[in-house]
Design a binder for this molecule. Structure first.
Ligand code: HEC
Length: 151
């Protein structure tokens, strides 16, 4: 193993000792702490307005297939997943981020797609093979929108 590899291995051990995880299989390196990804995937805050549009759109993840939010303008709102009205009061932005990035880490058998995985994908179409279903920017928009719910 070269020096860099040794350092990387040492860092992994250190991170897991702190209860952290570097999120193998995700589209970019992220640090997972307990049930949360505290840092923005882009390093910036997302746009609430863009997140609201993505939540209902096919390209943006089509969250309304399974989730409803009171007062949201959408032709259809599903109830396979929990109602997300006021979710910003129940979950921190970091907790919301991990649930969108890789819901299977929290609920191994969930039907909710892992939107920021590139490996071990279930529930998303073949067209997403090798790239995440949503970009880091789209996920940050959704985090901004959902975190604003209930405040
Ligand atoms: C195919 C259905 C489905 C889709 C599509 C889906 N989800 Fe989910 N979601 C679920 C289910 C089901 C759960 C609850 C976990 C479980 O019990 O499996 C969940 C849980 C969540 C939670 C945690 C809620 C809580 O109160 O703990 C958040 C946040 C969330 N989803 C956001 C989203 C967002 C944002 C999108 C779109 C990018 C999305 N979901 C798309 C099914 C879905």
């Amino acid at each position: 193993m070269n020096t860099q590899g040794t350092l990387a291995a040492a860092l992994m051990v250190l991170l897991s000792a702190c209860g952290q995880d570097s999120g193998a299989g995700l589209a970019s390196e992220v640090v997972i702490e307990a049930d949360s990804i505290p840092a923005s995937l882009t390093g910036e805050a997302g746009s609430m307005a863009a997140g609201a549009a993505e939540f209902v759109s096919r390209e943006g993840g089509h969250c309304v297939l399974c989730h409803a939010i009171e007062g949201l303008e959408a032709e259809f709102q599903g109830n396979v997943g929990p109602d997300l009205t006021g979710v910003g009061e129940r979950l921190t932005p970091g907790q919301i981020r991990l649930r969108i990035v890789d819901a299977q880490r929290i609920w191994p058998d969930t039907v909710m797609p892992a939107y920021y995985r590139t490996g071990g994908l279930r529930q998303v179409g073949q067209e997403f093979d090798g790239r995440p279903a949503l970009t880091a920017g789209q996920i940050e928009d959704l985090v901004a929108y959902l975190s604003s719910q209930g405040s």
